[in-house]
Design a protein around this ligand. Structure first.
Ligand SMILES: NC(=O)c1ccc[n+]([C@@H]2O[C@H](COP(=O)([O-])OP(=O)(O)OC[C@H]3O[C@@H](n4cnc5c(N)ncnc54)[C@H](O)[C@@H]3O)[C@@H](O)[C@H]2O)c1
Length: 243
């Protein structure tokens, strides 16, 4: 296998999740030194991936984690933002401020300040890459029948922010892109198994993506094969948004 990321350090936030774990595995298999950040699931990280407990909603804690990582090793750390939460089928008329803040606090606020904390160091240490996991639900479609207006809005915010950030940092050695998957078979979908058949009806490939397929696209966006991608949103949805 090609070692496309040999010698590079990458932090994956949300590493304990279905997609995050696959990203850790793929990046590590391609030579990266991977640090996995999450609230939970760190005991299931692939062997060799360094797990660090971290709550993305706590910006101060995140800053302390970044500082500690650089105390151990001064090499720049590229970043993959894969942490995410979704409200459980709540209509706008019933949305509480707490539910709104929980989803936005991780998916957008947390991601924003993670880009800031890791990005400041990348700017100072010679650059690197940032990949933000957004979703087809941000700019391409509204999921049905489940109601998830805050999640969808948070993902549109992620892609808008990714473009803004790419413009600010492209000339300074930090390449920022977003990846928007369609449905991926992970724990995030498990609470809605009764809807799976309905979702699949509209997927041209008639199946969900695998976390490994998502990880391949992340590898591409971090590698030197994608050097002309700046502020892009890569959509990988099995064709569902064409219907
Ligand atoms: N599964 C899908 O169908 C799908 C589709 C499109 C986009 N996405 C996005 O992909 C990303 C990964 O999703 P997944 O399917 O692996 O979900 P998942 O639930 O398996 O993993 C998400 C991870 O984020 C972590 N997390 C949540 N809040 C956190 C916090 N405050 N601090 C640190 N970590 C936190 C969780 O502990 C979990 O390990 C998410 O951003 C999600 O929105 C998923």
């Amino acid at each position: 296998m090609k070692q496309e990321l040999a010698g590079k350090r990458v932090a994956v936030i949300g590493a304990g999740g279905g997609i995050g774990r696959a990203i850790c595995e793929t990046l590590q298999a391609n030579g990266a030194d991977v640090i996995g950040l999450d609230l939970r699931g760190l005991d299931r990280l692939p062997e060799g991936v360094v797990g660090v407990e971290c709550n993305l909603a706590d910006v101060e804690q995140l800053g302390a984690v970044v500082a500690a990582l650089y105390e151990e090793d001064a090499r720049p750390i590229s970043l993959v933002n894969s942490a995410g939460v979704v409200e459980e089928n709540i209509g706008v008329e019933d949305m509480t401020i707490a539910d709104f803040d929980r989803v936005m606090g991780v998916n957008f606020r947390g991601l924003f300040f993670a880009c800031q904390a890791f990005g400041r160091e990348l700017l100072a240490r010679g650059g690197g890459g940032i990949v933000n996991i957004a979703s087809m639900s941000g700019n391409y479609m509204v999921n049905y029948p489940q109601k998830q207006s805050v999640y969808n809005s948070s993902k549109a915010a992620v892609t808008a922010f990714t473009k803004s950030l790419a413009v600010e940092w492209a000339g300074r050695g930090v390449r920022v892109n977003a990846l928007s998957p369609g449905y991926v078979g992970t724990p995030l979908l498990e609470q809605k198994t009764e809807m799976h058949a309905q979702w699949k009806e509209n997927i041209l490939l008639e199946r969900f993506a695998t976390p490994e397929e998502v990880a391949e696209a992340v590898l591409f966006l971090l590698s030197d094969r994608s050097t002309y991608f700046v502020g892009a949103e890569l959509l990988m949805d099995g064709g569902i948004t064409l219907r």
